[in-house]
Design a protein around this ligand. Sequence first.
Ligand code: H79
Length: 587
Amino acid sequence: MNTRILSTAAALLMLSACTQTPANTDLTDSQDGRSRQEILFDDGNYAMFIHFGLYSKLEGEWKGKLYFGNAEWIMNQNQAAIPVEEYMAEAADFNPCDFDAKAIVDLAKAAGMKYIVITSKHHEGFAMFDSDACNFNIHDATPLKRDLMKELADACHEAGLGIGFYYSQWQDWTAPGGGSGPEIPGMTREEAFEKYFREKCIPQVNELTTKYGEIQVIWFDTPGSLSPEFSKELVDLVRKNQPGALVSSRVGNDMGDYETLGDMQVPVVNMPGRWEGIDVVQVGWGFSRFDSEWKSPEYIVRTLVSTVARGGTFMFNIGPDARGRIPEEAQMTLRKSGEWVHRYPQAIYGAQASPWGHALPWGDAVRHGEKIYMVVYDWPSDGRLWVPGIKGQVKSARLLAGASMPKAKALKYRNEGEWIGIAVPVQAPDPIASVIELTLDPDASIDKTLAAAPNCAAELPVALAQADGCSIEDKAWMVKFGEWKFKTVAQGMNAASKVSWDLNVKEPGFYQVDVEYLGKGLVDFRLTDKGGASIVDRKKAGSDYGFQSLGWIRIDSAGTHTLELNVTDADYEALKLASIRISKVNL
Ligand code: H79
């Protein structure tokens, strides 16, 4: 899933993008040679993704049966396995007459998003525009007879938003020769694919890049077995027709302008280069009538901020229903999270990766020019926010005006070693996430060591550990169809393996330790504070990741400690270790 693909040219571009001074939050700065599309991507940091296609008519249900997960895959063999003719016949009464491009653009603006990427053709092969290359499309094959891509592109241009098109270039389940599609009698798969590629894919990408004005991106997906020559032909076509537009990495063969991470993935450590994280308001991308797992405004804000804090751009998906309406739940959660974005635009637009390089115990941080914006997800209840790793002087700390606090407010703080203790109100000023602006002395620097404050649990992920005698690997797996999860884990452990973290502890005392892992049977753990105490415990492993208590460990001094975790006995083959969590016991 997480293929770290970037061409050399793109890597150079990214380097220059990383070193320049950040743009203003209105994203008008184009002094540095970047295209408008690059500025929207690099500095806008937030986009709307829309999955809308013939599958939207079915809303996750076929012949009375519910299909959980990716509703846009309903036709697929692994879901309802709908025969090609039967699926194509659905177009005859697909009539999303309530599709309202202006309302969608208004919602994107209210959400704080800077451009929209919409599916112009998904894997099922149905085009949502008036295509001369194939009449299995919204204009020619349905009673609607409208070009929805044109309507949305026009509305975006009018409102000053970017517009980009998702296009499934390899998979096409209804076009003869398309990836995972019908065969062509008498032709090899390769010959048939080339025919599909020449007669449908290339002409449609040409239409999308010539008929709809300036576009932000062609968001190719699932390159499958696409050869480098075919990927290059697609990139060249986009470049020729839309010189400023971006091409997503999923065009295949390392040829994209930026990398898209795995669906729903937020990296643990800052990631250099031009990249994007993607997530979705329900579980699947296309609208499902029965899926009630809507993402909350808090979830959206945190995932957005955390993605920007790791150095990326965030794109969040919604799916219109069979009539083309945006579900009420999606509208409400996007408007609410959008109010947050509009309250703190400086924490998103033009914001860059966190100087700490990873999340902080109470939230996350972004840099914007001279300022650091600390976004506090878990507000401390004792009136003090502990900020770790500050080497040098703080010039100011300011609590930005929040939902329940009309004006920004200077905060008092004190230095204690490399910790800054900021005096904050006991009540969080913003119920979603409060923001503190920190200005440091120009020659101050930030130490990235993990840190444990006395009033907040600290999570120590294996992704930030040293491993000795085992391997650290990125794992991706699917829960329900299309619902991906990611973790970096230590595996291949034995009795001599060590996983260790450096941890800067603010105060000595007893700390509750929990370990997050999965495995089989009984597992014996030992956690050692090198040069200090150690604790042992025996647990029964679960088959899914979860935290279990290892008990209290005494940490006898403030300052940096090395915590080492050993698994002294276990079914080592089954064991995967994800993190430990440590929180001071209040005694
Ligand atoms: O458009 C959304 C998804 O429909 C699309 N990308 C996002 C943005 C996507 N296409 N493929 N994938 C995501 C990866 C899916 C792979 C799998 Fe499967 C689908 C694994 C299990 C179901 C294919 C079918 C491989 C095994 C069965």
